[in-house]
Design a protein around this ligand. Structure first.
Ligand SMILES: Cc1cc2nc3c(=O)[nH]c(=O)nc-3n(C[C@H](O)[C@H](O)[C@H](O)COP(=O)(O)OP(=O)(O)OC[C@H]3O[C@@H](n4cnc5c(N)ncnc54)[C@H](O)[C@@H]3O)c2cc1C
Length: 365
């Protein structure tokens, strides 16, 4: 039996999706995917005066961007000291610095759907405590804000520059702003094929100069040449009714970030994780919650977070991973730029990749 699959974020019955494409058209740039990354690209393209059409197979924020944990974290999916090993010191520092700038932008542009609370990385083991120390040392060496933390949640790191958001509200606000800035957006419009720079959809063909594919989960379905490097996985979450006995002022990243939770302004708790405990079934294109992972989330909610508030929502969504954890951000075909595969942490990095895609579209570089 399928479990209901509705995120706690879907709280606005008045939301009206943009209308589907109605026949063939043309533009400077077509952006495929109206999640947070695609919408950053759409807005940045308008800011440099380009004509842009953004399409989504379902709706604004229908993928991970509107169904995630809402943690806004500096850096890439790897912790900063690991990123230094992965990317090299200068590139890792430059990337971290860019994510800090992007965070400032997110908090400034979307004050109603974001909160700068800081975040906690709490160690689940002695080995992870050592890893937290290594992360702190690298962050401090590079002059980034971070402090040691010991408190109700446990011991680890406090990153004051981070925060949280209501992710679906944020992307819907971004879509409204983009349309007011002159972008054309279509929901219910699926790209079936990209032929040169012609995007064939189920509603008509878009002829354009450039294509930006901004799809995280299932990226390799639309661009099969990425299949050797990109793999889609499911991530699952639940949310509770308001939990008045618990005060969780900052989002928590636990067990290397496999589990993560935040408390919403009304006191409810959104919790995700345990993908690695059922790894074979979670490498999938299916985006429906499963009983096995949801039971682990239930158990953790009661025994670790310590709330008895009833579970009101259960949901899942797709993201994609690369073997190295470095995202895809490149021209994959002549005139077609792909961004995605943020390895589970794309709310901020996706925006950086979108800005790179826009500078490619605007300047060719
Ligand atoms: C449960 C969960 C929790 C997470 N928690 C966090 C977190 O706390 N912090 C964090 O930083 N990251 C988190 N992530 C990851 C983050 O959500 C994603 O990396 C990010 O939202 C990706 O956004 P995006 O806009 O790049 O892509 P997506 O959200 O994947 O958006 C792509 C859009 O493209 C559309 N689309 C797909 N195929 C087509 C097609 N053929 N034609 C037209 N449209 C198409 C989809 O409908 C979708 O709306 C989480 C992810 C999940 C699933």
């Amino acid at each position: 039996m399928r479990l209901p699959n509705i995120p706690v974020w879907d709280d606005d019955p008045a939301w009206q999706p943009p209308s589907p494409l109605a026949g063939d058209t043309s533009t400077d740039v077509c952006v495929i995917g109206l999640g947070g990354s695609g919408l950053v690209a759409v807005r940045a393209l308008r800011a440099v005066g380009m004509r842009v059409i953004g399409i989504d197979a379902v709706d604004v924020g229908a993928g991970a961007a509107g169904r995630n944990g809402g943690l806004l974290l500096a850096g890439i999916a790897d912790f900063h000291h690991d990123a230094v090993r992965l990317l090299g010191h200068d590139a890792a520092v430059a990337t971290y610095r860019r994510t800090l700038v992007e965070l400032d932008t997110v908090f400034a542009e979307c004050p109603l759907s974001t909160r700068r609370t800081g975040s906690l990385r709490i160690a689940a083991s002695l080995a992870e405590l050592d890893d937290c120390r290594a992360q702190l040392a690298q962050l401090q060496l590079d002059g980034f804000p971070a402090a040691w933390y010991r408190g109700d949640e446990g011991e680890g790191l406090l990153i004051p520059s981070d925060g949280v958001m209501q992710p679906l509200r944020r992307v819907r606000d971004m879509a409204d702003q983009a349309m007011r800035a002159g972008a054309t957006l279509h929901s219910g419009t699926r790209a079936d094929d990209i032929c040169g720079t012609r995007v064939r959809t189920d509603r008509g063909t878009i002829n354009c100069g450039r294509v930006i594919v901004a799809v995280d989960g299932r990226l390799e379905v639309l661009l099969p040449e990425l299949a050797p490097r990109v793999r889609t996985a499911r991530l699952q979450m639940l949310a509770t009714a308001p939990s008045p006995g618990r005060q969780i002022p900052r989002p928590v990243y636990w067990r290397d970030g496999f589990e993560y939770w935040q408390q919403l302004p009304d006191g409810s708790i959104a919790l995700g994780g345990f993908r690695d405990t059922d790894i074979d079934t979670e490498w999938t294109h299916d985006a429906a919650p499963t009983a096995g992972i949801q039971q682990r989330l239930d158990h953790f909610l009661r025994t670790h977070i310590g709330t008895q508030a009833p579970v009101t929502h259960r949901w899942a969504a797709s993201v994609s991973y690369t073997a190295s954890a470095a995202p895809i951000c490149e021209e994959v075909r002549d005139g077609v730029f792909a961004i995605g595969a943020y390895s589970g942490t794309g709310n901020v990095v996706g925006a950086l990749c979108a800005r790179d895609a826009v500078s490619w579209a605007a300047t060719g570089a």
